[in-house]
Write a protein that binds this ligand. Structure first.
Ligand SMILES: Cc1cc2nc3c(=O)[nH]c(=O)nc-3n(C[C@H](O)[C@H](O)[C@H](O)COP(=O)(O)OP(=O)(O)OC[C@H]3O[C@@H](n4cnc5c(N)ncnc54)[C@H](O)[C@@H]3O)c2cc1C
Length: 371
């Protein structure tokens, strides 16, 4: 059998497994996730239990490509759950990239097999590194590690036994990155709901009052260099959140094509145009996922441009879906209205559109962005 045939069938097998897990553990709960803050832990754990997050025997390019597809397939059905999965993939990225033996030997297998779930508190550090914010968490050297203090306003995909990544400053000159359990002494979590969408994302304000982070929890002593290294993957795994929402919006518009004797064809935004643009963004995403050196300057610039274009296209697609759907789309719990609210989160997820526009307009990356 040719190698390419083998790869195709392995990919197809994975896709069949994902489809079955979505049917069983995700699709029946989408309305509850959106309307009742239901956190889809079983679905997230089922992905690991099925071996879909396993990094053994896979090249870095394969791991990235699989992660991207998984977030995209999930987000076609529910972007809130796609976001939870992104949080977990970000946590996996930190642990996979760390030189810390405890994290790699003890936690990584459990994060990959679905027994443990992870999150990321890196929005504030990303804004800090972009010169937009002060770093919230402070670290002090303590016996055996560091003591962490400060409050992160929003960290998602958390529960009592989950872990998440944070960055804290040691004075002005150095930053450390740690992977912290929600059960850590001195850490208080307060649930945050009441958002326009995303309420099933298990989001909490996390207040650190002198939390002792032993050396076994330290992802990187030099967080600045570590964050620069993982940032491309942090951004890469976000892009399929948008791809999934755009795809679902196009399918939704296609389903109402013949309504009112085809009157939707007079609307200015049509599914065919969105589909052409989606195809380009998707191809670029898959290509960048499999590239050998995602951390190289050219790739990072391309990723930033792609993330921004995807956010803009997602906003166009969900708005078009609302117009094509008409009155039924305007129902509070309709799928187009959920996607509209989810897409606004995607636009305001760090790096937000304004953060990316700041970078683009100060020359950090180029690329034609539609007006
Ligand atoms: C539902 C939801 C889930 C999120 N999940 C995560 C996550 O898992 N990890 C993560 O790191 N970030 C998370 N965020 C933050 C997100 O990535 C963006 O940073 C945020 O949506 C807005 O960024 P902004 O740049 O527009 O900041 P703005 O909202 O304009 O805020 C400006 C600054 O004020 C501070 N701030 C904002 N809100 C509060 C608050 N309620 N209390 C105290 N200070 C505040 C922040 O430091 C922020 O930089 C989440 C946000 C939401 C709405």
């Amino acid at each position: 059998m040719a190698a390419s045939e083998k790869t195709v069938s392995a990919d197809e097998r994975r896709k069949n497994v994902v489809d079955a897990l979505i049917r069983e553990h995700l699709a029946p709960h989408v309305k509850r996730i959106d309307a009742e803050s239901f956190y889809p832990a079983d679905y997230l754990k089922s992905l690991g239990a099925a071996g879909l997050l396993d990094s053994r025997d896979a090249s870095p390019g394969e791991i990235r490509a699989r992660g991207v597809r998984l977030v995209e397939e999930t987000s076609k059905i529910c972007m809130t759950t796609g976001f939870n999965l992104w949080c977990h993939l970000a946590a996996l990225t930190y642990v996979r990239g760390s030189g810390n033996e405890f994290l790699r030997q003890r936690l990584l297998p459990e994060l990959e097999n679905g027994k443990l779930l992870g999150g990321t508190g890196l929005s504030n550090p990303m804004k800090f590194y972009a010169g937009m914010d002060k770093l919230i968490l402070q670290a002090e050297v303590a016996e055996g590690g560091y003591r962490l203090s400060g409050t992160l306003p929003m960290v998602s995909n958390l529960a009592d036994d989950h872990w998440f990544g944070v960055v804290a400053s040691l004075g002005d000159s150095r930053r450390v990155m740690a992977f912290v359990p929600c059960a850590a002494e001195g850490l208080k979590r307060t649930e945050r709901i009441g958002y326009l969408g995303l309420n099933g994302s298990a989001t909490f304000a996390c207040e650190f009052s002198g939390v002792l982070a032993p050396r076994s929890w330290i992802v990187a002593e030099e967080a600045d260099a570590f964050v620069a290294r993982i940032r491309p993957l942090f951004i890469l795994y976000q892009i399929p959140l948008g791809l999934g929402v755009i795809d679902a919006s196009i399918r939704s518009m296609e389903r109402v094509r013949d309504k009112q004797r085809g009157c939707n064809r007079f609307l200015r935004e049509q599914p065919e145009t969105l589909e052409d643009e989606l195809r380009e963004l998707r191809e670029q995403t898959y290509r960048l996922a499999s590239t050998e050196r995602p951390e190289s300057g050219d790739v990072v610039q391309e990723l930033l441009g792609l993330r921004l274009k995807t956010a803009y296209l997602a906003l166009r697609a969900v708005q078009a879906d609302m117009l094509h759907g008409g009155g039924s789309a305007y129902l509070r719990n309709s799928a187009p209205s959920r996607r509209l609210r989810e897409a606004y989160f995607f636009a305001n997820l760090t790096p937000t559109i304004k953060h990316l526009e700041k970078m683009r307009q100060s020359g950090a990356f180029s690329g034609t962005i539609p007006s």
